[in-house]
Design a protein around this ligand. Structure first.
Ligand SMILES: *Cc1c(COP(=O)(O)O)cnc(C)c1O
Length: 426
């Protein structure tokens, strides 16, 4: 495959943006490739500026659960655009989207629309601190919750990929209240609560971790978090920025049957536009300004164009029969092809990661045993055969409703021939 135009654009981009990118993993540095510059996308395909076609398993890192350019979403966005891109004022669309969200995630009794997952999480944590009057928070190693200061500790995703254990520019005072526990490890959480229980405002967790590669919660782990937070008067926050509307219409909380106090949504809920949400128990959310003293605001929050894309997407999701069953079926096909090829796979619904380690991956420490050189070979092998995946071991492969049977079968076929290329090279 030729990538001359991408290479040339990348060299230009390097002059304007750090690493030539607006989000670090896109730079593809650890897989030793030049980032592809995308021209357009449609359905389950993405096309680069050199005219190469790829089956897209990045799906914009999650939002594109319907694939790209679903006609009803595009129609809704166009219609909204023509009425004005932003008002900075109340409009009816906000109510419609809030209603749809609460209908499927009833624990979000009151909610706020914001602009990014980072902002949603930052605001949810602030609300939890404001409500409880406590400062400390518990997060898990390898879980990513956006790039706000106090959550940039062992944060997975791009930080794992680029081996930045923490970020420069974050004062120690910002993270001194961030306590770290190990995912799927109850004792590590118990220890923190025994020592600091009365000072812990909340636990924040990805109910199914997907930013250290996919690591599902073990049986009883989420219920344990629910119980211990209740016992100590702390709040439980599910960061459902990936899992919301992905594992099911009701998100991970419906999928696993555990209800948090606060939830954050992003990615799918914006239907491809910059939109995210935080919300939860009425009593907690009533602490947010103008009702309460927890301040949070946004010039573009509730942006009508973004809202129109989100609303159209959620309507399609709720009206499509079998959509989640089909995602499960197609994803299982890929999982089985990977297993047959000898890969070590974690999958939950339409989130899939192949690890290159003999260990069962259950947390951060086991995730980082994966051989990232082998991952790079795997990534390159797929990309050269027209299969576009995230250029990092510590991300998920996303399956969408737009993935055709033929494209899934082609993907499985390519994977089935992978063993000699990837597994035995050292
Ligand atoms: C992507 C992600 C975020 C951050 O969302 P942005 O929109 O990139 O700021 C937060 N939490 C989780 C679980 C995510 O996957």
């Amino acid at each position: 495959m030729k990538t001359e135009k991408s290479e040339s654009l990348y060299n230009k981009a390097l002059k304007f943006m750090p690493g030539g990118v607006n989000s670090p993993v896109r730079a593809c540095r650890n897989v030793g490739r030049v980032p592809l510059f995308i021209d357009h996308a449609a359905g389950d395909k993405i096309y680069d500026v050199d005219g190469n076609e790829y089956i897209d398993y990045v799906c914009s890192w999650g939002p594109n659960i319907l694939g790209s350019c679903h006609p009803e979403v595009i129609k809704a966005v166009k219609k909204s655009c023509e009425k004005g891109l932003t008002f900075g004022a109340c409009h009816e669309g906000e109510i419609e989207l809030a209603h749809l969200i609460r209908k499927h995630i009833p624990s979000m009794e009151l909610l706020r629309l914001v602009n990014s997952g980072t902002e949603a999480v930052m605001s949810a944590v602030r609300a939890a601190r404001g409500y409880t009057g406590r400062d400390k928070i518990v997060k898990f190693e390898g879980c990513y919750h956006g790039h706000s200061d106090d959550l940039l500790v062992k944060a997975g995703s791009g930080l794992l990929t680029n081996s930045i254990p923490d970020s420069a520019g974050v004062p120690g005072s910002c993270t001194e209240n961030t306590l770290l526990a190990a995912y799927n490890n109850k004792q590590s959480v118990e220890k923190l609560f025994e020592k600091y229980g009365e000072d812990i405002a909340c636990i924040i967790v990805e109910p199914c971790a997907a930013n250290m590669g996919v690591v599902p919660p073990q049986d009883g782990f989420l219920q344990f978090l629910r119980n211990i937070t209740k016992e100590y008067g702390s709040l439980l926050i599910f960061d459902e920025v990936i899992t919301g509307f992905r594992l099911s219409l009701g998100g991970a909380q419906e999928y696993y049957g555990v209800t948090p106090d606060l939830t954050t949504l992003g990615k799918i809920v914006g239907g491809g536009m910059p939109l995210a949400v935080y919300g939860g128990k009425r009593e907690v959310m009533e602490c947010v300004a103008p009702l309460g003293s927890v301040y949070q605001a946004g010039t573009l929050s509730g942006n009508p164009t973004a809202v129109s894309a989100g609303t159209a997407t959620l309507k399609i999701l709720e009206q499509s029969e079998n959509l989640y069953a089909e995602l499960e079926r197609k994803s299982r096909k890929i999982e089985l092809a990977m297993k047959k090829a000898g890969l070590n796979v974690n999958r939950e619904g339409s989130l899939i990661t192949a690890f290159f380690t003999d260990k069962r991956v259950v947390d951060f420490n086991t995730a980082i045993t994966s051989d990232t050189k082998k991952f790079s070979a795997f990534f390159g092998y797929l990309q050269d055969r027209g299969i576009y995946c995230a250029p990092s071991q510590f991300e998920a492969m996303f399956v969408s409703a737009a993935h055709s049977e033929a494209d899934i079968d082609y993907t499985c076929d390519v994977i089935s021939k992978i063993a000699p290329l990837v597994l035995n090279q050292d």
